[in-house]
Design a protein around this ligand. Structure first.
Ligand code: AP5
Ligand code: MG
Length: 214
């Protein structure tokens, strides 16, 4: 099963992708998490990506496409995967479609987690992220067992640099301009499903699994 998560920044793509990954036993591939791990490790990719991410802009397509193509070629992806945060532009979607076509396959589901802009900024200020393992928490809706500490790996939780309200506003602008057109793109490909992302996390997950089946 090959799944794409669509939705605005903070819509809950990562939260739901993590659950889908566990239920269906397929890897969760978040381009944002890959960039953040590289920033933390101080790699060349991380230094390049940071300049864009901190401004709320997208990392250039060529960098991102190569990274994802390489990742989905790995052994653990042979039964499928969930792409979270990729594609994010029409050229990225076209590159993915072409690459899959060359392998005789295609995306099975594009899940759009729909949340209006008004709810996003409030949601982001409460998010706490683990930059070591990529886990996501919320100060109200998804608390860790021990405040400030990741349940999964024990690292400290932080407010992401790009979750400051000014940067979130910029990310929303970029989303509407460059990423939202993907909804129509995948509707035309007949793989789009939209879920109401303003519901609680369990209900959103239930709606997604209904679409994906068993
Ligand atoms: P990325 O990390 O992908 O950021 P994003 O798309 O802006 O999405 P987020 O991770 O911020 O939100 P999310 O939808 O995963 O929500 P979450 O589940 O955490 O990318 C970061 C940057 O990297 C980009 O801005 C760009 O610069 C670059 N980049 C990445 N991919 C790229 C690409 N393909 N091309 C170019 N550049 C790229 O949930 C948010 C919060 O809400 C959490 O605290 C969560 O606990 C809470 N929450 C979730 N669901 C609910 C619910 N139902 N009710 C209440 N709270 C909820
Ligand atoms: Mg995310």
């Amino acid at each position: 099963m090959k799944i794409i998560m669509l939705g605005a920044p903070g819509a809950g793509k990562g939260t739901q992708a993590e659950r889908i990954s566990k239920k269906y036993g397929i890897p969760h591939i978040s381009t944002g998490d890959i960039f953040r791990a590289n920033i933390k490790a101080g790699t060349e990719l991380g230094i390049k990506a940071k300049a864009y991410i901190d401004k709320g802009l997208l990392v250039p397509d060529d960098v991102t496409v190569d990274l994802v193509m390489d990742r989905i070629s790995q052994e653990d992806c042979k039964n499928g995967y969930i792409l979270d945060g990729f594609p994010r532009t029409i050229p990225q979607a076209e590159s993915l479609t072409e690459a899959l076509k060359a392998r005789g396959t295609s995306i099975d589901h594009a899940v759009d987690v729909d949340v209006p802009d008004e709810s996003i900024i409030a949601r982001m200020s409460g998010r706490r992220a683990c930059l070591t393992c990529g886990a996501t928490y919320h100060t109200v809706y998804a608390k860790p067992v021990k405040e400030g500490i990741c349940d999964k790996c024990g690292a400290s939780l932080v407010l992401r640099e790009d979750d400051k309200p000014e940067t979130v506003k910029q990310r929303l602008l970029v989303y509407h301009e460059q990423t939202k057109p993907l909804i129509d793109y995948y509707r035309r490909e007949n793989v789009l499903c939209t879920v109401d992302g303003t519901q609680d996390m369990e209900k959103v997950f239930l709606d997604i699994t209904k679409t994906l089946g068993a």
